[in-house]
Design a binder for this molecule. Sequence first.
Ligand code: KG4
Ligand code: ZN
Length: 341
Amino acid sequence: MILSIDTSCDDTSAAVITLDSKVLSNIISSQTHIHTRFGGVVPELACRFHVEYIDEIVQQALDVAGVTIGDIQYVAPTIGPGLSPALLIGLTFAKGLAASQGITFLPIHHLEGHLLSPFVHGNNVPDHAVGLVISGGHTELYEVKGLFEYEKLGSTQDDAVGEAYDKVAKMLGLGYPGGPILEKRALDGNQKAIPFPRPMIKNKNCHFSFSGLKTAVMVYLRNNETYSEADVCASFQRAVLDTLISKSQRAVDETGANKLAVCGGVSCNQFLRNGLTDHFQKRGVETFFAQPEYCTDNAAMIGFVASKYVQQNRIYDQSRLETLDAHPNFTIATYHDLIFT
Ligand code: KG4
Ligand code: ZN
């Protein structure tokens, strides 16, 4: 059994997963109610919450799985990227367990967790796919060449797509986190009402930019005394969808992959799911989406990656554990070099 832990941002999560990648529990304690009144994640508060609840969340993960700490052979915390002090709490807790219980320690990269999250429920990672990560902190395209081999094709040059959702929702006074609320408001709107820009859509690369779109919404709101909130939401979402489709299509064309795996908090969005599925199905590209509980930050996706490492005998050298630090900004490639060489 593997106990995985994710404290990369504002959710405290622990999961138990078998060595053959079956998720037995996935407990996620959301801090949304704490950060709502500040309109965004406050790192100090996130840390305080992680410290206060991590014991309880881990115990719940064990209880729901019907196991005790004595059954756990591997402990797999997220090492990065994320908020440095928040990451440290999960990492230090896991180090403590490893030392006190003699459990093998296996640190995991948060984005590798997201990238493989669409395959957790089917437990089958394809040999070749394009991975689209759309979350609050990341907007990136990867070529996934089977397990453990990823090539970054492009990323956002400024805001992440979830950040743009949250900021536009804030401008409209819709509340936090804005993504899901904005999606609901858009249901009553007209996608074609306002011609917001599709940033960088004509550039011949897989990079994104969402700050211009956010600014275009701000300018529109400033220049119009009255407007339909639902139309703004629907037109904004359409611009996001067109951009994601265009860049993902470019990635599919460049790599020759016939599978697209979409993950991250924003992939909860049904409008984006339907739009991407519709576009790619017509072109013979199979789409995979993470199940809703594996879209936003969660420890099950971290445990899933850990189980794949264990299955291939890729184990971290325990003698280096004491000096291992959190890595708030590192790439998957740097992670592989640091942990496995
Ligand atoms: O993956 P995640 O939990 O955090 C990061 O690792 O960044 O993603 C959180 C982001 C937030 O920006 C939130 O507004 C967005 O995902 N989100 C959505 C929806 N549900 C969550 N955005 C658009 N539509 C949704 N339904
Ligand atoms: Zn995340």
